[in-house]
Design a protein around this ligand. Structure first.
Ligand SMILES: Nc1ncnc2c1ncn2[C@@H]1O[C@H](COP(=O)(O)OP(=O)(O)OP(=O)(O)O)[C@@H](O)[C@H]1O
Length: 645
C-alpha cells in the first residue's frame, strides 16, 4: 500500500535517533559519561537508526537471562484518572547485546513490586511510581494501561498529554512509535503507543457515533506535527514555515501561530501525517545536520465533538499531545563547538527548564507559591497546559537497566519522582463558583481536578430545562455523597468518565477484572464528588449563559421599543409634511390664501416640535442625563447651602 511503503527508517527519524558520540549524563546530573559502543554515529545514518538492522540495538537471546527476570503484575487502574491528573510510569527496556558485552548482565536497578524500583548504586535508593513496566511488559500491555485511559480522557473533554522521557537509546521512540513496518490495521507486536492510540480513538469515535445517533453527534479531528530544535519551532507538515511563534489568547489558549492543521478521519490518515512529517524532517535534517534525538517532537490531535440534547447544542474539545523528548543525557561538555554546542545548550535549556517547571509545580502543590518559568523554553511554554493547567498528563520515563547507564538511569528516576509530586492546579482565577466548591470539598482535593472543555448553547427555554435537570442531578449526587444512597450495583467495571455523557465498559487487561480496592466506598464517594463538581460547573456555565442571554434579550427589547417610538415620530412628521404639501398646492391653485397657509404651517410646526420633544424625553440616554443633571443640581444646591451656613 502506498501509504506505508515508506521505509520504517523515515518513521524512526520522526521520533528520535542515536548519536552516541555525545551521549553523557543528564542536564541535572553532570557527573557521568555513558558510552554505548554498539550504536554508530555516522551523520547520514543517524536518521535511519531504527531501520537498519545492523544499526539497531541488539537484544540478548539468552534464555537463562530472560527466565531469570522476575515479572510483576502490570495492571491498569480504571479509577486512576478520576482523582489524578499526572501519571508517571517507568519503563525498563531489556539489556542490549552491546551493554552485555560491555558490562555483562550487571544491572543498576531492581524492581521490588509493580510500583517500586530500587536503584542499586551507592547509596541504594528506592522509588515509587504509579506503575513500573519491566522488560516483559509488551507494547500492547503498555497501551492498555496508559494509552486507552488517555484516549478516554480526551473523549471526556480533557486535554491530555503523553510524553516519553529518557536518555538516548532508552526506548522513547520504541514506546511512542515502535515498529510500524507493514503498517496494516493488524499491528505488529512491537507497534508503539501512537498508532495504537489513534486506531483506538477512531474506533471509540465510531462507537460513540452509533450509540448517540439520536443526539446527532459529530466529531472533527485535526492533527499537527511540530519539532522544537535549537529553540525554534518547525512545522513538520509544512517545512517551508520555520521559526513559528507560540501565542496565547483567551479563545485559543496556548497555540503555535500559523501551524498547519490537517483534518483526519481515520488512524490511516493520522499515520499519513506522521509519515509526511517524518519525510519533511528528513529533508530539514540534511540541511541543518541535526538528529532527532536532539530535538523534541510534538504530535497533536485536536478532537472536537458537537451534539444536540433537549434543544441545547453541546460542544466539547480536547487536545491530545504525544511528545517524544530529546535524549536527556548531558551533552558532552568538552569538544562541543559550533552547531553542536548550540544544540547542546538548547537541549539542556529546555530539559532543565522542564525539570525546573516540574520542581516549582511541586512546590505549588505543597502550598508554596512560586513562579513557574514556563516561558523560559519553547517546550515548557507549549506544554504549559499539560504540565500545570487543566490537562491529564502521562509521563513515561524510559530507562536502561544496565550498570553502564547507572547514572543516567538514576537521573531519569529522580526526574520522574519529582514529576510524581505534581498536582495540576487551576489556571483560572478563583471565582465565587470555585469558592462554592471550596466549601463543598473540605480537603480541597477536588480543586486539583482537570477541567472538561465543554460549552453549550441553545434557546432560553431549553437552557432553563437543562438547569432544572442539572439542579436535580446536583441534589441527587449531594444526597449520595452524604452517604444517603449507596448504590452497590455500580461495583462493576463500567467507568463513567467525568463530563462524559456515556460510560465505557472497561475490559481490563486481557479481559480480566482486577479486584477493587478495600476503600471502594471512599473511591465511590470521590467519584460522586467529581461528578458533582462537574455538575456544579455545568450548572454555573449554564447560569452564566442564561444571564447573558436574558440581558441580551432585554437590551434587544429596549432597542426595539426605542426604534418603534422613532418610527411613530417619523410617521407623524410625514403626515405634517404631506398636509403642508397639500396646503401649498391649494395656495398655488388659489383655493386658500397664503396667510391661512402660514398660520396652519406655524400650528403644525408647533405640533411637530412637541412630537420631537416627546421623543427626546423618551430617549433613555437623555432621561439618564436629565436625572443626572437634576441630581448634580441638587448636590450643588446642598453644597452651596452648607458653605453659606
Ligand atoms: N522495551 C523494549 N523492548 C525491546 N526493544 C526496545 C525496548 N525499548 C527500546 N528498544 C530498542 O532499543 C533501541 C533504542 O530505542 P529507541 O530508539 O526507542 O530509543 P530512544 O530513547 O528513542 O533514543 P533517541 O533519544 O536516540 O531517539 C531500539 O532498537 C529499540 O527497538
Amino acid at each position: 500500500m502506498p501509504l506505508f511503503s515508506e521505509p520504517p527508517s523515515v518513521i524512526k527519524s520522526t521520533f528520535g535517533s542515536l548519536d552516541q558520540s555525545t551521549v553523557a549524563a543528564t542536564p541535572m546530573d553532570t557527573t557521568a559519561v555513558m558510552t554505548m559502543s554498539s550504536v554508530k554515529s555516522t551523520p547520514n545514518l543517524r536518521l535511519f537508526k531504527s531501520a537498519a538492522k545492523d544499526n539497531r540495538i541488539e537484544f540478548s537471546e539468552n534464555k537463562d537471562v530472560v527466565e531469570s527476570i522476575r515479572s510483576f503484575e502490570f495492571n491498569e487502574d480504571p479509577s486512576f484518572w478520576k482523582d489524578h491528573n499526572v501519571q508517571v510510569i517507568i519503563r525498563i527496556r531489556p539489556l542490549s547485546s552491546s551493554e552485555i558485552s560491555l558490562q555483562g548482565h550487571g544491572k543498576c536497578v531492581r524492581q521490588e513490586s509493580s510500583q517500586t524500583i530500587t536503584w542499586t548504586g551507592h547509596p541504594e535508593s528506592r522509588f515509587t511510581f504509579d506503575m513500573v513496566a519491566d522488560e516483559n511488559v509488551t507494547q500492547e500491555m503498555l497501551f492498555k494501561a496508559a494509552g486507552v485511559p488517555m484516549v478516554e480522557n480526551c473523549m471526556g473533554g480533557y486535554n491530555s498529554c503523553v510524553f516519553a522521557y529518557g536518555q538516548t537509546g532508552s526506548g522513547k521512540t520504541h514506546t511512542m512509535l515502535g515498529d510500524i513496518e507493514g503498517g496494516t490495521r493488524r499491528h505488529s507486536v512491537n507497534c508503539g503507543m501512537t498508532p495504537r492510540v489513534f486506531e483506538y480513538l477512531f474506533s471509540r469515535i465510531q462507537k460513540e457515533r452509533e450509540a448517540r445517533r439520536e443526539e446527532n453527534i459529530k466529531f472533527t479531528c485535526r492533527c499537527s506535527f511540530l519539532e522544537i530544535y535549537n529553540e525554534q519551532i518547525l512545522d513538520l507538515l509544512n517545512p517551508s514555515s520555520v521559526n513559528l511563534q507560540i501565542r496565547e489568547d483567551i479563545k485559543k489558549g496556548i497555540h503555535v501561530e500559523d501551524l498547519t492543521e490537517i483534518e483526519v478521519t481515520s488512524a490511516r490518515d493520522v499515520m499519513q501525517q506522521l509519515l509526511q512529517g517524518a519525510a519533511n524532517r528528513k529533508v530539514a535534517a540534511t540541511n541543518m545536520n541535526r538528529a532527532s534525538s536532539r530535538s523534541h517532537s510534538v504530535f497533536t490531535c485536536v478532537i472536537e465533538s458537537k451534539w444536540e440534547s433537549q434543544g441545547v447544542t453541546h460542544h466539547r474539545f480536547a487536545r491530545f499531545n504525544l511528545v517524544d523528548l530529546a535524549g536527556s543525557e548531558r551533552q558532552k561538555s568538552s569538544g562541543a563547538e559550533g552547531e553542536r554546542l548550540k544544540e547542546a545548550t538548547n537541549i539542556n535549556k529546555s530539559l532543565s527548564t522542564l525539570g525546573l517547571v516540574i520542581m516549582n509545580l511541586v512546590s505549588i502543590s505543597n502550598g508554596k507559591s512560586h513562579h513557574v518559568p514556563y516561558r523560559d523554553s519553547k517546550l515548557t511554554f507549549l506544554l504549559q497546559d499539560s504540565l500545570g493547567g487543566n490537562a491529564k498528563t502521562c509521563i513515561i520515563a524510559n530507562i536502561s537497566p544496565s550498570s553502564c547507564c547507572s547514572l543516567e538511569t538514576l537521573s531519569t528516576l529522580k526526574f520522574a519522582q519529582r514529576a510524581k509530586y505534581i498536582k495540576n492546579h487551576f489556571s483560572l482565577p478563583i471565582t465565587e463558583y470555585k469558592l462554592e466548591l471550596f466549601s463543598f470539598c473540605p480537603d480541597n482535593h477536588l480543586l486539583s481536578q482537570a477541567f472538561v472543555n465543554e460549552d453549550a448553547s441553545g434557546d432560553v427555554l431549553a437552557m432553563r430545562i437543562q438547569i432544572q435537570n442539572l439542579k436535580k442531578e446536583v441534589a441527587r449526587l449531594r444526597s449520595m455523597a452524604d452517604g444517603g444512597a449507596e448504590n452497590h450495583e455500580n461495583d462493576g467495571w463500567t467507568v463513567a468518565f467525568p463530563g462524559s455523557p456515556t460510560s465505557v465498559k472497561w475490559e481490563g487487561l486481557h479481559g480480566l477484572s482486577s479486584p477493587l480496592t478495600a476503600d471502594k466506598r471512599m473511591s465511590k464517594k470521590k467519584d460522586y464528588e467529581v461528578a458533582l463538581v462537574g455538575a456544579f460547573r455545568r450548572e454555573n456555565d449554564k447560569d452564566i449563559a442564561l444571564h447573558a442571554l436574558t440581558a441580551e434579550i432585554q437590551a434587544a427589547m429596549q432597542l426595539t421599543k426605542q426604534r418603534e417610538d422613532e418610527i411613530q415620530g417619523l410617521k407623524m412628521r410625514l403626515r405634517f409634511r404631506e398636509a403642508a404639501v397639500k396646503r401649498l398646492e391649494s395656495v398655488a391653485s388659489g383655493k386658500i390664501s397664503a396667510e391661512i397657509h402660514l398660520l396652519k404651517e406655524k400650528e403644525e410646526h408647533l405640533k411637530e416640535i412637541e412630537v420631537l420633544r416627546n421623543q427626546v424625553d423618551r430617549n433613555q440616554e437623555v432621561t439618564r442625563f436629565a436625572m443626572e443633571n437634576l441630581r448634580l443640581k441638587e448636590e450643588i444646591r446642598r453644597h452651596v447651602i452648607s458653605v453659606l451656613f
